[in-house]
Design a binder for this molecule. Structure first.
Ligand code: 0JX
Ligand code: SF4
Length: 321
């Protein structure tokens, strides 16, 4: 159905845009994008990137224009060009295959994803079977499964999956994807602990600081909002979770990639609209959405109170030396 773009409604009260904070790029995304930029400077174009460096086509398109070529598998990379692995991480077989072919590669896996990879290795060394909470088919999940021998890790997506498990207690452990729903994961963990009282609990939370801070920021503003716009890609796990958080607080939410995706009929003219952005969505798109709304309504912008994030990850030595 075609959407109508409303004319300015000067007789209506101002529309309050409540902008969640923190939102948008996290330290792992900043680092991954810088890695591709630095690789282009160091090696010249083209630099190949295995998988979208982060799940955002505007980020990808900008890097493509700078000379990056995005592929899904290593065998699409020619022998004489460098390749960057995406922020989501890769199975061990990928760098191994790159080494076999003497390819130059730079790993842009987020250090917080790599931390989960190392935890998985350690648990396998201790002889444990790992229950991995995550979403089937997601590249981070495939990367983490690829750190351990086949059959030593079982994917858990729901509380129902826990009920279906037929495993002895005693040598189990669990780990999680970094970009999950904090609340859903807590329910799954509770079910695991109830069913397997001896299960090894990770020393610290695997859901990363950026994922949990962005979900908390949506929760903090949702009660005041009648609609929530989440800027992010449909294949971005952390962005999808933000829309879910709002919906679960009974705030109708839409995941949009940019301003042209706003469904004006759905938006209507509420008093307060919440805006946030996933960890892979550039701030320029947040501004584009705010500007589009401001072009049609008398808008009052307000940034929610928050504690600033100060996380920064080191770049790989080979690119800064
Ligand atoms: O789909 P995800 O949320 O895991 O990835 P995206 O949207 O690219 O976010 C940044 C990378 C996150 C890695 O953990
Ligand atoms: Fe790293 Fe978290 Fe960002 Fe993923 S969302 S890249 S784990 S900081």
């Amino acid at each position: 159905m075609a959407c109508t773009v409303p004319e300015p409604l000067s007789s209506l009260p101002p529309l309050r845009l409540l902008i969640a904070a923190p939102r948008g790029f996290c330290a792992g995304v900043d680092r991954a994008i810088q890695i591709v930029e630095l690789a282009l400077e160091r090696f010249g174009a083209p630099v190949y990137v295995r998988h979208e460096i982060v799940h955002n086509r505007f980020v990808v398109e900008r890097l493509r224009q700078m000379g990056a070529i995005f592929v899904e598998e290593l065998d699409e990379v020619p022998d004489d060009r460098p390749v960057v692995f995406s922020a989501h991480g890769v199975p061990k077989s990928v760098p191994a295959a790159a080494r076999d072919r003497s390819l130059s590669y730079v790993d842009a896996t987020c250090p917080l994803v790599s931390k989960v990879h190392r935890q998985a290795e350690r648990l396998i060394d201790e002889g444990r079977h790992i229950l991995f909470i995550g979403h089937a088919g997601h590249p981070e999940v495939m990367g983490t499964f690829g750190q351990v021998p086949e059959g030593s890790m079982t994917l858990i997506e729901t509380v129902e999956d826990v009920a279906d498990l037929d495993l002895p207690d005693g040598n189990l452990a669990f780990l999680t994807q970094t970009t999950l729903s904090v609340d859903d994961t807590a329910s799954i963990v509770e079910a695991l602990k109830a069913k397997f009282p001896e299960i090894r609990v990770p020393r610290s939370e695997d859901i990363c600081y950026a994922t949990s801070n962005r979900q908390a920021a949506v929760k903090a503003i949702a009660a005041e909002c009648e609609r929530m716009l989440v800027i992010g890609a449909p294949n971005s796990s952390n962005s999808l979770r933000l829309a879910e958080v709002a919906e679960r607080m009974s705030v109708p939410a839409r995941l949009i990639e940019r301003a042209e995706d706003i469904d004006w009929d759905w938006l209507g003219h509420p008093r307060t609209v919440g805006i946030t952005a996933g960890a892979s969505a550039p701030e320029v798109l947040v501004r584009e959405v705010i500007d589009a709304i401001s072009a049609h309504f008398d808008v009052r912008e307000e940034i929610a109170d928050h504690t600033p994030e100060r996380m920064v990850f080191k770049l790989p030595r080979e690119l800064v030396a």
